[in-house]
Design a binder for this molecule. Structure first.
Ligand code: SF4
Ligand code: SF4
Length: 253
């Protein structure tokens, strides 16, 4: 999570420990929940839209903006701050975060910035950076943590597989230079955007288009995909790798 108004520095943490506390007794409590430049990843959107009881389409329209950031031809999705003084997060109240159990990955990780990548052996490796913002007074307070201990404390393990798989897709999207328009104005990028972020629309596409006539999806996987947004998200990732990169486990019939 980046704050738009203050300086920050970012250092490689590696196996070092850091001292940090974040709670409602610290005077900067919720300062980081304002005017934040916060990327949302596909799994974040599933957790948040389910928490809020919204469709993915409603969530994307009401709570996100898109911008070309890390990937020049594919839009990043970011949380839309409220258009009022201080630009607070839409989920912030006087007592704190109203979506705490399903808060986005970058809210959990702070002050870490984990870079998750494929380890080439079917698993994932994580490199952690430590970020300091001027406004954050939690540094140097409370307990000492290793990155592993912090990630466990913040219940981040559930995010490793989804974000690791997404990192592979994002890397492909980053490398592509599609002809013609970019972003959602490009038909191929628009399909990849749907399969990444808009699970309700992608589910209709899987079951109501010729998708299943073209791609070999095992019966048990289809049963999961019908009911489960996370299973559907992984199918979406496999489809993007196949139709844009000619790679990955999803096979054409
Ligand atoms: S300590 Fe840092 S992370 Fe915690 S509320 Fe304050 S600014 Fe936010
Ligand atoms: S989702 Fe919660 S923790 Fe994250 S910025 Fe918003 S209010 Fe803060």
């Amino acid at each position: 999570m980046n704050d738009n108004t203050s300086d920050s520095n970012r250092t490689l943490l590696g196996s070092d420990a850091f001292t940090f506390a974040c709670n409602d007794t610290i005077s900067c409590f919720t300062r980081c929940c304002r005017n934040a430049d916060m990327f949302l990843y596909p799994y974040d959107i599933i957790r948040l839209k389910q928490h809020l009881g919204l469709t993915s389409e409603e969530f994307l329209i009401n709570h996100t903006i898109t911008a070309f950031r890390d990937t020049p031809n594919f839009p990043s999705v970011m949380l839309k701050m409220r258009d009022r003084e201080g630009q607070p997060c839409p989920f912030l109240t006087e007592t704190g975060c109203t979506v705490y159990e399903d808060r986005p990955f970058s809210c959990r990780a702070y002050p870490l910035e984990p870079a998750i990548y494929d380890n080439g052996e079917g698993g994932f490796a994580i490199t952690n950076f430590l970020v300091r913002h001027d406004h954050c007074l939690g540094h140097g307070q409370g307990e000492k943590w290793t990155a592993r201990q912090w990630m466990k404390d913040q219940n981040m393990d559930a995010y490793t597989a989804p974000n690791g798989a997404w990192a592979k897709v994002a890397s492909l999207l980053h490398s592509l230079k599609p002809a013609g328009k970019k972003g959602k104005d490009n038909p191929a990028m628009n399909m990849a955007y749907m399969a990444s972020y808009n699970m309700d629309t992608f589910r209709r596409f899987v079951f109501e288009s010729s998708f299943l006539q073209k791609f070999d999806v095992a019966g048990e996987r289809l049963d999961m995909v019908r009911e489960n947004d996370v299973a559907l998200m992984f199918l979406g990732f496999d489809w993007i790798l196949r139709f844009l990169g000619g790679q990955g486990p999803l096979q054409a019939k």
